[in-house]
Design a protein around this ligand. Structure first.
Ligand code: SF4
Length: 88
């Protein structure tokens, strides 16, 4: 039996707290000038939440943890067409 995809972000999964902490720490290591502004970060994650490629906090198209990918402003969604674009 195939497990249905999980549409949660890591920070929302109670059994993934340790991993979510690690991801949050990695995001914290991103230089301020490389980091996506808060409003755009939330917009990106909202689009990931509605995407069929999101599964247990990772993107099935690129394998990234979406919370890290979205936090880097120069990264974009790997979907064609992209659901969210990179920032300059
Ligand atoms: S394809 Fe894009 S929108 Fe969908 S989960 Fe991956 S990064 Fe997010």
């Amino acid at each position: 039996m195939t497990r249905p995809p999980c549409r949660c972000l890591l920070a929302e999964m109670p059994d993934e707290t340790e991993l979510a902490d690690i991801i949050a720490a990695r995001i914290g290591e991103i230089a301020e000038e490389e980091r996506t502004p808060g409003e755009e970060y939330r917009r990106r994650l909202a689009l990931c939440r509605d995407c069929e490629s999101l599964n247990r906090g990772t993107c099935a198209r690129c394998g990234c943890y979406v919370e890290i990918r979205a936090a880097r402003k120069r990264m974009g969604c790997p979907c064609v067409p992209a659901r969210w674009e990179s920032m300059k």
